[in-house]
Design a protein around this ligand. Structure first.
Ligand code: SF4
Ligand code: SF4
Length: 243
């Protein structure tokens, strides 16, 4: 599948949070009200003003303390469940850009039920703004469609954040994985076949973040299946009903 992809090499991340700030800056998102939670992760979670968040995890690995950093963001799924959910309520509220594959919500998504949209995302990404819009990373579609890199990639000083043609990113990711495998037998690429933000980790993905890999949402899948069955019938009824 063509289009663009990120390759996010967590082994190079120093948690400087340049990407997080650049994302806020480019999207003109304000600061979030936050508090000290005993972690450098700040704010504590993604929110309506924070589309990219560097997650910090202190975990035990092979009897030692490990400190893992995970620059979390929308994965721009090849077949995005959030799009199915939103479009089930309002047509034309999500664009999947043909050239890049970016999944972008517009103002119409406001009318979809936020809780259902959020829980249909296997990576727990969508958030809501104070004025009710459902938001997330846009792949900086405005920058990328003008030949620029996404803001988070542009500022990353360590080579963690990479972006380009999908095939090139997959090659880069696989080459880096091969290099790391000798020292880190658990090194792996996360869900690389189904998403456009491909993470490389060297330990159990759950040690980095609960939603580092796709979580199953069977309840939502059943609802979506039902809505897909009902939607054509609704449209037909609208078509044949007298005006
Ligand atoms: S800018 Fe790069 S090194 Fe800094 S936190 Fe983001 S991904 Fe990590
Ligand atoms: S990661 Fe979540 S929000 Fe992003 S495209 Fe996939 S389902 Fe949608």
């Amino acid at each position: 599948m063509a289009g663009k992809s990120f390759f996010i090499d967590t082994t190079r991340c120093t948690a400087c949070r340049g990407c997080q700030i650049a994302c806020k800056n480019w999207n003109q998102n304000g600061a979030s009200i936050t508090k000290n939670t005993g972690s450098h992760q700040n704010p504590p979670d993604l929110d309506g003003n924070t589309f990219k968040l560097v997650r910090f995890s202190e975990v035990e690995s092979k009897g030692k303390l490990a400190w893992y950093f995970f620059a979390d963001q929308c994965r721009h799924c090849l077949d995005p469940p959030c799009k199915d959910t939103i479009q089930g309520y309002v047509d034309g509220a999500v664009v999947q850009d043909e050239a890049t594959g970016a999944v972008v919500y517009n103002e119409k998504s406001k009318t979809a039920p936020f809780d259902e949209v959020r829980s249909s995302c296997p990576y727990d990404i969508p958030r809501k703004t104070a004025d009710g819009r459902i938001v997330k990373c846009t792949m900086c579609i405005d920058r990328v469609s003008n030949g620029l890199l996404p803001a988070c990639v542009k500022v990353c000083p360590t080579g963690t954040m990479n972006f380009g043609e999908r095939e090139a990113m997959l090659v880069l990711a696989k080459e880096r994985l091969e290099k790391l495998k000798a020292k880190y037998p658990n090194a792996q690429l996360l869900d690389a076949d189904s998403i456009r933000a491909i993470y490389l980790v060297v330990d159990d993905p759950k040690k980095y973040h609960k939603f580092a890999i796709a979580s199953a949402t069977p309840g939502i899948d059943r609802k979506l299946a039902l809505r897909r069955m009902v939607k054509p019938v609704r449209s037909l009824l609208r078509f044949i009903s007298p005006v």
